[in-house]
Design a protein around this ligand. Structure first.
Ligand code: GDP
Length: 437
């Protein structure tokens, strides 16, 4: 997400770095580059122009140009303006104690059904009792998809019938709510490939019947800024309270997410970051601006790590002292569950700059390591010294890798073990040397 914009902006700021002072012309030239970077990220011309104008007004004051680190001042201004562009403060959908009804709208393929499942999963984990409503009266396949999702996550699904009227849907929903307690109803509505009158009428009528507390428009970020006029139409015809951007994982440019607030005036509540059921994140403008500018996003990283169970301190201390191959496997699996390696690196301040542009960490490497360690016996994992040449040959054959792969893994393991030992010896309460952590 936002990779190309991040690379471009960081390049612009690199050219300003280390200057004792900046002239007005230098700042103007840099901001022209910023504007090009925004346009290349598929931000609309109007938004890009507006953005650089605001930065320029703030930056081209004598204070900035004469300050001790003018490049830092300019970066700070760009950061603040990016936060504003993305919506300012983090916006969340309203959630009362009881009787919340959320209506999801969007074009077919935007990710509505997937997102309905993700929301139910997320809020169920927070102790809510969600009910999913499959309200596509035209496509039984769409209802089937939600039924399957609901089953996977243990959330009941109320399905409309073919051509059921919105009034009938409301009556059936009320009937269900009379007999079973649910505090969050998530309604997945019909979508079409393109906006048409019939679709707008149908969702508007359903909205009038259900009086939802939130009406969220699901937008596919991959379609870029052209998705935004569609958003405006939905808002004019049906009324939208917030946006959900899906497939940000697949969109390196991020133009839709960057322009959405400005163009529609609606906040982005969530970002879809993978196809998986847990791939929906709250949309924090400040953290995202930090990520774009290569400042990292330590808060999200910490939250992700915390969400993984079984990380108590006693465990960690024991692991550091006696780091086995089994521990190595467990750690790798935990990291994998946090998301892609490259994405994680980007959340660590400065780390993204260590990666050459366009470089991706080979996720297959993790799968290979997993396969190799899984082919070892329990005893071998605990006592790697046992791993002589013939055992290594057996493990390579068993994991579909080569003996060289196994040897490389063992070398990495020995290095990790050394580091773990050193960490384990540090007095408690002290962080890593020189990192201020
Ligand atoms: P709907 O027609 O709006 O209900 O769309 P679906 O929920 O069926 O989603 C369409 C496709 O987009 C499916 O293949 C989903 O797996 C995929 N999808 C949805 N959200 C995301 C996301 O955040 N990231 C990725 N990579 N794929 C997504």
């Amino acid at each position: 997400m936002f990779e190309s914009l991040g690379d471009r902006l960081q390049g612009v700021f690199d050219s300003l770095r280390g200057r004792g002072r900046l002239t007005e012309d230098e700042v103007r030239a840099a901001l022209r580059e910023v504007r090009v970077a925004l346009l290349e990220a598929d931000v609309s011309l109007e938004v890009a122009r507006d953005f650089t104008k605001r930065v320029q007004e703030k930056a081209v004051g004598s204070e900035t140009l004469m300050s001790l680190q003018p490049d830092q001042r300019v970066i700070a201004i760009v950061h603040d303006e990016l936060v504003e562009l993305l919506g300012g403060k983090t916006a969340q959908p309203s959630l009362k104690n009881d009787a919340n009804v959320w209506l999801l709208l969007g074009l077919q393929g935007a990710g509505k059904t997937t997102t309905a499942g993700k929301l139910a999963y997320k809020y169920k984990a927070q102790g809510r009792r969600p009910l999913l409503v499959a309200a596509d009266t035209q496509r039984p396949a769409a209802r089937e998809q939600l039924r399957v999702l609901g089953k996977q996550i243990g959330v009941p699904v109320l399905e409309v019938e073919d051509h059921e009227t919105p009034a009938r849907t409301r009556a059936r929903l009320q009937e269900v709510l009379r007999t079973t307690y649910h505090d969050l109803v998530i309604v997945d509505t019909a979508g079409r490939l393109q906006i048409d009158e019939a679709l707008m009428d149908a969702v508007a009528e359903l909205k009038a019947e259900l009086s939802p507390s939130e009406t969220m428009l699901v937008i596919d970020a991959m379609t870029g800024q052209q998705s935004l006029p569609v958003a405006k139409t939905f808002d004019e015809r049906v009324g939208v309270t917030g946006l959900i951007m899906t497939k940000l994982d697949g969109d390196a440019r991020g133009g839709a997410a960057l322009s959405a607030r400005h163009v529609t005036g609606k906040p982005i509540y969530f970002a879809g970051m993978s196809e998986k059921i847990d791939g929906l994140e709250a949309f924090h403008p400040d953290r995202i601006a930090g990520r774009i500018l290569g400042m990292g996003d330590v808060l999200t990283l910490i939250e992700k790590a915390k969400a993984l169970e079984g990380d108590d301190e006693a465990d960690a201390a024991a692991t550091l002292k006696d780091f086995s191959l089994q521990d190595m496997l467990t750690q790798m699996q935990k990291i994998k569950r946090m998301g892609s390696f490259t994405e994680i690196l980007k959340m660590i301040p400065g780390a993204s700059r260590l990666l050459p542009p366009g470089a991706e960490i080979d996720e297959r490497e993790i799968a290979r390591i997993e396969a190799i360690i899984s082919s070892m016996t329990e005893r071998e994992r605990r006592q790697p010294k046992l791993l002589n040449a013939s055992r290594r040959k057996r493990i390579a054959a068993g994991s579909g890798t080569s003996v060289q792969d196994v040897n490389r893994l063992m070398k990495n393991y020995e290095q990790m073990k050394k580091v773990m030992k050193q960490l384990g010896r540090r007095p408690p309460g002290r962080g890593l040397p020189g990192r201020g952590l």
